[in-house]
Design a protein around this ligand. Structure first.
Ligand code: PHE
Length: 344
């Protein structure tokens, strides 16, 4: 028996009415979506089944059926849209904010361990009556070497140690040029510390880096002696390290005479020897000495009337000691897991 147009049209009406009833009954967006896919859905919709019947109709009857098919489709799609709008509008409002819920933890960042150490050193010396001075990182050779009594062709000026800039000048290899710049700007009495970065062509190992922080210290006045230097540094070490053994060793710098270096007993290995202290049990934290008269004179200070002392300390090394950091390279790695431990 061949399908007749009247049959199909009647079934299409019945399908439409049944689907409209289902849409009316759909109580949620999920239920509505289920009705939609089962009726007008592109792959599983029952309406498609009617379309496949079209070729079986006698040709003259096809246009009327096609028109009816399209009309039903439009009616159903419209009804689905309306039902969707109605269900969306009647959805319950979101629950009120729960103000007692714990807030999400916010990471605010923290200071680098070397910064923490520098700030502490600065604060100790401020308590002792020192002010903070600064100078440029790109320096003239004269400030970095000449004025500091380096003889011409001193090995420290070698290309191996110093980073020279194109067209003259260099990256300062220590903060000592700030001694000269300060003396040129202010008359004694002077007590300053000068924190800043310095640059050397060092190998990068457990205790050396090509750029590192230094803090210069200087006191110039009438009658300043080595006693003042030792007392100041001993006082500083007691405040900074607490109960730590220090020792002074005679040393040499062109800009100080006499010169010394101050060591602290290594706190990484408690003096028994490790990579940080190169198995000696001691770590050098600063160089110091009485300012050479030539340095005072180069800066325009009367060395008959005034004397002074200076030191240069390495806060990077002091941070290793202070926090028990085993390798100075950790200070340069920007490893958040490492740095997080110092956040306050
Ligand atoms: N400038 C010296 C250095 O970098 C340290 C120092 C400073 C020594 C002042 C004596 C006096 O090693």
């Amino acid at each position: 028996m061949s399908t007749t147009s009247a049959d199909l049209l009647a079934r299409l009406d019945a399908f439409r009415d049944a689907t409209l009833a289902q849409l009316e009954a759909a109580a949620s967006l999920e239920a509505l979506e289920a009705v939609r896919t089962a009726s007008v859905g592109r792959t599983r919709g029952a309406l498609n089944d009617f379309k496949t019947q079209l070729p079986q109709l006698p040709a003259p009857e096809r246009p009327a059926f096609g028109a009816k098919f399209n009309a039903v489709k439009v009616v159903l799609e419209h009804a689905i849209e309306e039902r969707h709008a109605a269900l969306t509008a009647s959805r319950p409002a979101p629950a009120a904010l729960d103000l007692s819920m714990p807030a999400r933890r916010q990471w605010r960042g923290g200071k680098h361990p070397v910064t923490l150490v520098m700030e502490e050193i600065e604060s100790i010396f401020r308590d002792l009556g020192f002010t903070i001075a600064t100078g440029p990182e790109a320096e003239h050779e004269w400030y970095n070497f000449g004025a500091l009594n380096f003889p011409p062709h001193h090995p420290a000026m070698d290309m191996h140690d110093t980073l020279y800039l194109e067209g003259g000048g260099l990256l300062r290899t220590h903060t000592s040029p700030v001694q000269i710049r300060t003396l040129q700007s202010y008359p004694p009495p002077i007590r300053i510390i000068a924190p800043g970065n310095v640059f050397r062509r060092d190998f990068f190992d457990a205790s050396h880096a090509p750029m590192f922080a230094q803090i210069e210290g200087m006191a110039v006045d009438e009658g300043i002696s080595f006693v003042d230097l030792k007392a100041t540094l001993a006082n500083f070490a007691n405040r900074f390290f607490g109960q730590t053994i220090t020792r002074f060793r005679p040393s040499f710098f062109p800009f100080t005479e006499p010169s010394a270096e101050m060591d602290v007993a290594c706190r990484i290995c408690n003096g028994s020897g490790c990579a940080t202290c190169k198995q000696t049990g001691w770590v050098e934290i600063l160089g110091c000495g009485m300012m050479h008269p030539n340095v005072l004179e180069a800066a325009g200070v009367d060395s008959e009337r005034y004397s002074g002392w200076a030191f240069g300390m390495g806060p990077g090394r002091m941070a290793l000691q202070r926090f028990g950091i085993p390798d100075i390279r950790l200070e340069y790695d920007s490893d958040i897991a490492f740095l997080e431990q110092f956040a306050q």
